[in-house]
Design a protein around this ligand. Sequence first.
Ligand code: FAD
Ligand code: MLT
Ligand code: ZN
Length: 477
Amino acid sequence: MTTPDALPALLAALLDAVGPAGLVTDPDQVRSHLTDWRGAYSGEAAAVVRPASTDEVAAVVLLCRDAGVGVVPQGGNTGLCGGAVPDSSGRQVVLSLTRMRRIRELDPANQTITVEAGVVLQSVQEAAAAADRLFPLSLGAEGSCTIGGNLATNAGGTAVLRYGTMRDLVLGLEVVLPDGRIWHGLRGLRKDNTGYDLKHLFVGAEGTLGIITAAVLKLFPAVRSRATAWVALPGPAAAVELIEVVRALAGDRLTGFEVMSRQSVEFVLAHAAGARDPFAEVHPWYALVELSDTLPDAGLGAVVETALGEAFERDLALDAVIASGSAQVAALWALREGISEAQNREGPSLKHDVTVPVSRIPAFVEQTDRALAAAVPGIRVVAYGHVGDGNLHYNLSKPEGSDDAAFRARADELARVVYDSTASFAGSISAEHGVGVAKRDLLTDYEDPLELELMRGVKALLDPVGLMNPGKVLPAG
Ligand code: FAD
Ligand code: MLT
Ligand code: ZN
């Protein structure tokens, strides 16, 4: 897109636009923007800029556009598909939103909070709690991921069952467009039928259509009671039946339903300090079930007990513990949330974030496990996730004692095994993590050609010169 000679002039202009505090030059700091959380993707950048305001973002975009330099938006850099990492050319600019971390407004009567894109998810949760409200998005990276990244990936997490994904939690956006104009769409309206709902173009676009600089998010009444259970299961079929048992009793008080294979839990027990198996015996699968309510004394413990009683009667549960007290609740969630990090300690983690209809989960697991074991005898399948949403993380670790590089070399082949199986159940090859570069080329085979054509049309309309996050999401063609 640009000649190397244009870069020194661009850097000088960027420094002018964002000041010394907005240009990252310390090599250690620069490095942390060039590699993803997993260490699976890395690149080079002409510069890393950290604008402090929407106007500064717009100025950076205009300068990059005039210099023909691609812009890679970045939040907390916790994404799992390489979307926030620049390519290897050294000619892209990483635009980090992490200095834009103001909570602009909290409107209790409207049940909304207006925040800048660089605000860390946990800070939004805390601000909501301080106002006796709930912001429900919750995921393992919440201490470092940002609202901009959550929106750009349409993040899901562990409370989707009740509150939906990020797309369901946003009412309005402020976006810097690829031509440097600012779209002031920060409306806090629950009803607005004035034509196309443009905000949804930017949600899940992974920074390929514009830079989200602020958002109006929905708040909910604070949760005042909770019941959390850890249940040992004979297999995924029991998990699917157990969801129905709990839902029939608890209705939408069922907030989370996560499952974990034994292999997933074993990695956490091996690598996470203080992790403890709630049961003396080893079981093949586990579920973490959470109910919540706005009433302080909603009798949720009794609801869980009734559900578990039915589950034992129907041989759906092998053992169960209901958490007593917040320390035990936290310990059970740590067993679930620790899987990603624990798996990284076991060498390469090949991630496959898929959805199939909930009812097809048992057959999908059986078919996929069989195919993977045939491809790599001894492969360790770390299957877990948000089964209530039909979303499993079908992550793979190498056979014990085998070579990292040899396993990584088979990543594409093994991804095909998982995705072919997913497609055979009418599923999606990206449930909640997005596409980035990890799944970009796979879209050609797994996405409807008409949908791809329409996506290309939207990209061409909003970003005709291909300035925004070049090389991400859309396959060449
Ligand atoms: P980044 O990684 O910085 O960026 C992600 C993408 O968004 C990139 O394409 C980037 O270019 C783009 N982007 C970032 N900011 C902006 C912006 N302001 N405007 C436009 N584009 C932007 N995801 C889930 O959905 N559910 C989970 O349960 C879950 N658990 C996770 C657990 C762990 C331990 C980790 C490490 C990740 C997990 N994720 C999960 C992945 C998830 O996508 C991210 O954690 C989060 O949503 C990304 O936010 P971020 O600020 O780190 O974005
Ligand atoms: C999670 O739910 O823990 C993450 O989305 C999955 C992952 O890290 O693969
Ligand atoms: Zn997840």
